[in-house]
Design a protein. Structure first.
Length: 496
């Protein structure tokens, strides 16, 4: 039924006039933008779009964001949209074997792309996954625990460069998701930082901002599809030190009931993070939620660890993916392989951190906190071949008698992950997410010898408890390997 407006036609329609003025203002700003030189970081464009949005809101005109943006305020929006239904939960059958090569799209130069403002968002609903409960029973010896210092020592003077990264205070940035999933990587001349929904490129010598902040899906506009319209977060920045390439990726969640999870991967065409990229859209699972992706560089592939949850949000398996590195650095059609690791959770693949590669053909390392017992580490080796009939072989190793202790707050009144209290002036209800029972990205691999006579080191850290219930601690480990694809790394040293 239509409802007529009771106001006489001669009345002044303020909203129509406001809309006209807004349109006129936008047109003038557009003309001015094209008349002058566009700044490299496009911060003025972002400020203008926010000003127009606020002006529209003040007169009652709602601005509806177009596809492209990020999940706002929380990584997992829990409010089910009208008409949304949960897909049926069937038996878990493991990864789908799909060896179809994915064609790349070459982007233009990032430095001249207009950044998408993460504040202009479109939410994409999906269920929040239910993480498994972390282990609490000790399975091995525990090193000395960190104690609270009686006095706080003065921080040493910084010996390197200090500058504002992606966050509050950087022009053009606005907080839009929680947790921030902060990560970054250093390349030959640049530093790239990506905080869940915004990334930026900095000169690593001067700290100067070269591009951004911009929504992650800015990278994938030339690709189109889900990677261009979603900015769902969980980003990872990697640097291929052997090829001199950036590997930037984030996931897509909720693409559809039969097209649910994707991984969007951008591999730079050169060592310049503001240059061109080869863009790939890999479907990682048609029906399950592939969460918590963490990428790593190895000579035979780009590896990625993930947690797989079924449509009801229940943890199903840890899964490792491998992407065809040689093809991706050339912008050629590339394939993906994957394998489940059972109930492994919080695990990482080794990320090459030295110019000296591992011995030729050596299998990749996977290290994981034991799913059942603390102070233990599970190890795996993963070997892949490509060629006409690609293969992936996962070989479990011996359990290492060292690993993370209890997660912070285990046994406390607040037993959720977000349980670590912050000091004043934070509110008493402000807590830090401890991500217990996870090794933290990265598992850094260095060959300190030669390929013929390797000296292999793997360094990783993670959150652990300390000597009292009000503090968490960071526990770190260095493992060494004998230089073979058939050996299990052993503990060399650790600390907390």
């Amino acid at each position: 039924m239509k409802i007529k407006n009771p106001r006489p036609a001669t009345f002044f329609n303020f909203r129509v006039l406001a809309a006209f003025l807004l349109f006129l203002t936008a047109g003038m700003l557009t003309l001015f933008a094209f008349a002058g030189a566009q700044p490299d970081n496009n911060t003025q464009t972002i400020r203008s779009s926010r000003w127009l949005t606020r002006l529209a809101s003040s007169v009652g005109i709602e601005s509806r964001a177009q596809p492209g943006g990020a999940v706002k305020l929380d990584k997992y929006p829990v409010q089910r949209p009208p008409g949304a239904t949960q897909p049926p939960v069937g038996p878990y059958t493991g990864p789908v074997r799909n060896l179809r090569p994915v064609t790349a799209v070459r982007s233009g130069k990032l430095r001249v792309m207009r950044p998408i403002d993460p504040a202009t968002v479109r939410n994409h609903y999906h269920l929040e996954p239910i993480p498994p409960k972390p282990p609490t029973q000790s399975g091995g010896p525990r090193g000395p625990q960190q104690t609270t210092a009686e006095t706080v020592a003065s921080a040493p003077s910084p010996t390197g460069l200090s500058f504002d990264g992606v966050g509050v205070g950087l022009a053009g940035f606005s907080p839009s998701s929680n947790p921030p999933d902060v990560n970054g990587r250093v390349g030959s001349t640049q530093y790239v930082q990506w905080n869940n929904t915004s990334f930026a490129v900095f000169d690593k010598t001067t700290g100067a901002l070269q591009y951004g902040p911009a929504a992650g899906n800015t990278l994938f506009q030339a690709l189109g599809g889900l990677c261009a319209s979603h900015n769902d977060g969980d980003p990872v920045v990697s640097y291929d030190i052997l090829a001199g390439r950036w590997v930037l990726s984030q996931f897509v969640v909720g693409g559809g009931d039969t097209d649910y999870s994707h991984q969007c991967i951008a591999v730079s065409a050169t060592s310049d993070a503001t240059g061109e990229y080869y863009l790939y859209d890999f479907q990682t699972d048609p029906v399950n939620f592939v969460d918590y992706p963490h990428t790593a560089v190895w000579p035979d592939g780009y590896y990625m660890s993930t947690h797989v949850f079924n449509p009801a949000g229940t943890f199903a398996a840890g899964r490792i993916y491998v992407f065809e590195r040689d093809k991706m650095i050339a912008g050629l059609p590339a394939r993906m392989q994957s394998s489940d690791l059972g109930l492994e959770y919080g695990f990482l693949p080794a990320d090459l951190d030295s110019l000296t590669p591992p011995p030729a053909g050596e299998a990749e390392f996977i290290l994981s906190p034991n799913f059942t017992l603390t102070e233990l580490t599970d190890s795996f080796r993963v070997a892949v071949t490509w060629g006409a009939t690609p293969t992936i072989v996962v070989t479990p190793g011996s359990t290492i008698l060292a690993g993370l202790g209890n997660a912070p707050c285990v046994g406390d009144a607040n037993t959720s992950r977000a349980c670590v209290p912050e000091p004043a002036p934070a509110q008493t209800t402000d807590y830090v997410d401890n991500i217990g029972n996870h090794y933290m990205h990265r598992l850094a691999y260095r060959n300190n010898g030669t390929q013929a006579a390797p000296q292999e080191s793997l360094i990783v850290s993670g959150p652990s408890d300390s000597s009292d219930s009000n503090h968490g601690a960071v526990e770190w480990f260095e493992f060494r390997n004998a230089g073979s694809s058939n050996t299990t790394p052993t503990l060399f040293q650790s600390g907390i």
